[in-house]
Write a protein that binds this ligand. Structure first.
Ligand code: HEC
Ligand code: HEC
Length: 436
């Protein structure tokens, strides 16, 4: 009893120290540029737009600290932490249970990393298990976990309907995939590529029960690893072991080490500097400076906060923050009444759209880190360059610029467009290229 309360006090003291450091906002540094401090204040303000926050209780905080240990080094001072004690929130609508604990031990992360690249997790009638597809085929680490393709092909050659997003900082996303409001956990998401059949990605639908036998049989290393971590063997190993381990690995893919982040923290490398054009692009993006036309860019009203997206979930100073954010950016207007392409109409279901057509075309606001490396863009990979994305926004949406007519449900922030010159577009693109 005495021992456990002592360690609890030690934990609280440790936690209080951590909070004191984090709540200063700007990380302590002599060399923070005044513009970096101003930007940091704008970033922090976005956290007030959270739709749900909750003070975590001490038991949850203990679990948070325990699981955070392995990734803490990747989170710079002043940055929020990913929410790690899944299933411990009081609010039941946001509550979801982990398939299994433990998670975020070095062993489970290692297992997850191997499974992420395991082509034995794919199946076709012709090849059986081992049909050549793994998570890593589409989420390529050297391409910041994307694949550079407009759309990607699964085990049977089916094309995905959506463009592959980066997995960096996926642990901070309040919703996963481009338009699914009810997928807050990486464990749940991993089932889609494995077992989904529209389109087929890894082709394992209906093979849930054979999967672990095949995996354990072909590679004896997995059987030992799984038994050691989960205490499970043989028939008692099911696919949730696989999704749990992969999700644990994905939670370690935290990356706040871009030139932009180093600028914010006043720790640019000696061989880099944030030049005037990049600074001007930043000021335009954050609406700190008006365009020559007098218009102000709306970018940071959606691409806001630490993630450059106002769709987020994280913990700061012991409090959980959550916000979901879907918008119509006016890419399509197929029928003159706002239609987006079939089966790619955004987060709303068909029946929701029948009741409320204004929900058409709403996709998640993507974070913009690494955007200079992840072309092509948008949910369906239909945008090629950052330059043309900005010109589409300026016109009030691509469908208006292309002559299809403005989408009637385009977001009000985008609807009126803005007047921007070529030099300003170039500085904005320069800024976006510092997000890597
Ligand atoms: C055939 C290519 C392909 C394969 C294989 C694949 N993915 Fe994906 N991944 C995608 C695409 C495309 C999306 C976007 C899907 C959407 O929005 O509907 C995506 C989305 C995701 C997301 C959501 C990220 C976010 O920010 O919302 C996660 C997480 C993810 N994949 C993990 C995995 C894991 C884990 C595996 C292996 C079990 C895997 N993927 C296999 C193409 C692939
Ligand atoms: C109303 C909210 C909103 C505003 C304002 C906004 N965006 Fe976006 N942005 C989005 C959404 C939503 C998407 C995804 C749209 C889709 O795929 O259908 C997106 C996509 C993007 C992409 C593509 C990212 C990728 O990974 O594919 C870039 C780049 C981008 N926006 C930059 C900007 C810039 C620069 C501005 C300011 C000129 C801006 N956005 C203003 C909501 C917004």
């Amino acid at each position: 009893m005495i021992r456990s309360s002592l360690s609890y006090i030690t934990f609280l003291a440790f936690f209080a120290m951590h909070c004191a450091k984090a709540s200063q906002g700007v990380p302590p540094s002599q060399s923070v540029d005044p513009l970096a401090s101003r930007t940091w204040q704008v970033i922090l303000k976005a956290e007030n737009s959270a739709q749900y926050t909750e003070e975590l209780d001490s038991e949850t905080l203990t679990l948070q600290a325990k699981n955070l240990a392995v990734v803490r080094a990747k989170i710079p001072p002043g940055y929020p932490e990913p929410y790690l004690p899944y299933g411990r929130l009081k609010n039941t609508t946001l509550d979801f249970q982990l398939a299994r604990e433990p998670f975020l031990s070095p062993e489970i992360i290692d297992l997850g990393k191997n499974l992420f690249a395991e082509t034995g997790l794919s199946y076709t009638a012709r090849h059986g298990f081992g049909a050549g597809i793994s998570c890593a085929v589409c989420h390529v680490e050297t391409q910041v976990f994307t694949d550079g393709k407009k759309l990607s092909k699964g085990a049977e050659g089916d094309e995905t309907r959506r463009n592959t997003p980066t997995l960096y900082n996926a642990a901070y996303n309040s919703t996963l995939t481009w338009a699914n409001p009810v997928f807050p956990a990486l464990e749940m998401q991993a089932k889609i590529p494995l077992f989904g059949d529209d389109p087929i990605e890894m082709g394992l639908k209906g093979r849930e029960n054979e999967l672990s036998a095949s995996l354990l049989g072909t590679n004896s290393g997995y059987a030992e690893q799984i038994e050691k971590i989960f205490g499970l063997k043989g028939d008692s190993v099911d696919y949730t072991v696989i999704t749990t381990a992969i999700a644990a690995y994905e939670r370690t893919l935290i990356n706040f080490d871009t030139k932009f982040d180093r600028f914010l923290q006043g720790r640019l490398r000696t061989d880099e500097r944030y030049d005037d054009a990049e600074k001007e692009g930043l000021e335009l993006f954050y609406g700190m400076k008006a365009l020559q036309s007098g218009d102000t860019l709306p970018c940071a009203q959606c691409h806001s906060g630490v993630l450059l997206s106002n769709s987020f979930q994280f913990v700061r100073n012991g409090r959980y923050y959550n916000r979901q954010s879907f918008h119509n950016t006016g890419l399509y207007n197929l029928d003159g009444k706002g239609a987006y392409p079939f089966k790619n109409t955004g987060f709303a279901t068909e029946s929701q759209l029948r009741t409320d057509p204004s929900l058409m075309g709403q996709f998640r606001v993507p974070g913009l880190r690494f955007v200079g490396l992840t072309a092509p863009y948008a949910h369906d990979g239909s945008q090629d360059t950052l330059d043309s994305i900005i010109r589409d926004y300026a016109a009030g949406g691509r469908s208006k610029r292309s002559g299809e007519g403005q989408n009637p449900y385009v977001d009000p922030l985008i609807k009126k467009g803005f007047s921007i010159n070529d030099a300003e577009i170039a500085t904005l693109v320069k800024f976006l290229n510092t997000l890597q």
